[in-house]
Design a protein around this ligand. Structure first.
Ligand SMILES: [Zn+2]
Length: 223
């Protein structure tokens, strides 16, 4: 299996930026920290994946593009967040985040490391799991590194709770369905939330009230 490390930096609104480091090449998940080259692990950022388009998760995406000429990926429902302070919620905080870069969206729900520009073939895959509820186009990324899997949950799932549903594009019903979906995943699946500490699906099933009384008749994800 590939040798890799995961670093976290928390930034604006204490949102996490994750750096998955494969030797000299780096995958970034969410772009929330103030962009400071010294905070970025050694290596070249090959791609930035965004779990959703809220300002505290996209704020520095433009800096990665400028510094590393890397692509940014976000779901198509969130593309307009780049230029709409109401949708990216910065307006609620009294300022206007607008990005001047183009983002890509994925063609299929599995993205390979080759597609993201990594040099070693078969290094990892990323399965995109739509989990609307916090926002219309919120997703979780299931990273599979040679069979070792971990889930980046954005603002869908936090340790002990779930993301807000009262922001533009939010939906209690969709959040419930998304949590039902996540509850079907392996208990020992490691989860890296958009804010706060890591957790596992099993831990959330045990302690997270939003996982209570969920019957497993929803969508099923093959992992
Ligand atoms: Zn958010």
């Amino acid at each position: 299996m590939a040798d890799y490390k995961i670093f976290t930096r928390d930034g604006t609104c204490e949102a996490n930026t994750y750096f998955v480091v494969f030797g000299p090449e780096v995958l970034v998940i969410d772009a929330s920290n103030r962009f400071d080259r010294s905070m970025i692990p050694e290596g070249t950022v090959k791609a930035v994946l965004l779990t959703h388009g809220h300002f505290d998760h996209i704020l520095t995406a433009e800096d990665y593009v400028k510094k590393f000429s890397c692509p940014i990926y976000v779901s198509k429902e969130e593309l307009s967040c780049f230029t709409d302070p109401e949708l990216n919620v910065s307006a609620c905080f009294g300022f206007a985040t607008i990005l001047h870069v183009e983002a890509k969206t994925w063609d299929s729900n599995t993205i390979t490391s080759e597609e993201l520009g990594f040099s070693e073939p078969g290094l990892f895959t990323v399965k995109v799991i739509p989990t609307p509820g916090h926002s219309e186009g919120s997703v979780c990324f299931l990273l599979d590194i040679g069979g070792e899997k971990m889930l980046f949950t954005g603002d869908t799932l936090f340790r002990g709770t779930v993301g807000r549903i009262d922001l533009p594009g939010g939906s209690a019903k969709k959040m419930q369905e998304s949590i039902k979906l996540l509850s079907q995943m392996d208990d020992d699946l490691l989860c890296f939330p958009g804010h706060g500490e890591p957790t596992t699906i099993g831990q959330e099933k045990q302690y997270n009230l939003y996982f209570g009384d969920i019957s497993v008749d929803g969508r099923v994800v093959e992992i």
